[in-house]
Design a protein around this ligand. Structure first.
Ligand code: ATP
Ligand code: MG
Length: 185
């Protein structure tokens, strides 16, 4: 062997995304809704500690880029808002079952738009696909969600987070890397 192996337990790159991350109460309400839909639609129930609403997906970034992500997030001057998740729907046939706001509050669209702009200013290339706020509740569902949806989940939002997606065998778990308040103006 020519020299020492360079081993490190920390990955050099991380799969990351910005999201709204619910507190325990909202996560419990989302989970209850998911369980109700699961009994009707089957499939794979998302775990309570993974429920989230993605704002901006970065994918794999080198660790050295995390500072730039923090800088972009710190420049956001959003206001707190309440999200009424009152619409159930599905994509990909009916395999992905989600909960979404019937109408996205202006403050949510502004948050996602401002975040995209700040990330681009820091040199991150984002997908051009339009923002479609939703919380995925079931995957591989067997049937479409019932026409009569569950009661709305009310989510008071006063912060957003940077999450790392850690992909284990089969399922992803998420780790909060940072959180920034929406303190309002
Ligand atoms: P898995 O891919 O392992 O089944 P996952 O989709 O929950 O699990 P990730 O792929 O790491 O985990 O995605 C994290 C979040 O980002 C999810 O909300 C996912 O829907 C969203 N996401 C993933 N890829 C994209 C993409 N290309 N554009 C927008 N959002 C994305
Ligand atoms: Mg994925």
């Amino acid at each position: 062997m020519a020299g020492p192996l360079l081993l490190t337990s920390a990955p050099l790159r991380r799969r990351v995304f910005f999201a709204l991350w619910p507190d325990h109460t909202v996560a419990a309400a989302l989970h209850e809704t998911a369980r109700g839909l699961w009994s009707a639609c089957g499939g794979r129930l998302m775990r309570r500690d993974t429920l989230h609403l993605t704002l901006a997906f970065l994918g794999e970034v080198p660790n050295v880029a995390l500072d730039r992500l923090s800088r972009a997030a710190a420049r956001i001057e959003g206001a707190p808002f309440v999200l009424e998740l009152d619409r159930v729907g599905s994509w990909h046939g009916q395999r992905i079952v989600w909960l979404a706001p019937q109408e996205a509050p202006a403050a949510l669209s502004a948050l996602a738009g401002d975040l995209d702009a700040e990330l681009e200013a820091e040199g991150f290339a984002l997908e051009a696909r339009p923002f479609s706020p939703h919380v995925t509740l079931l995957r591989n569902a067997c049937s479409a969600p019932p026409a009569t949806g569950p009661a709305a989940v009310r989510w008071p939002v006063s912060a957003f987070a940077l999450l790392e997606s850690v992909r284990g065998v089969g399922v992803a778990t998420y780790r909060v890397l940072g959180s920034w308040p929406l303190a309002g103006k």
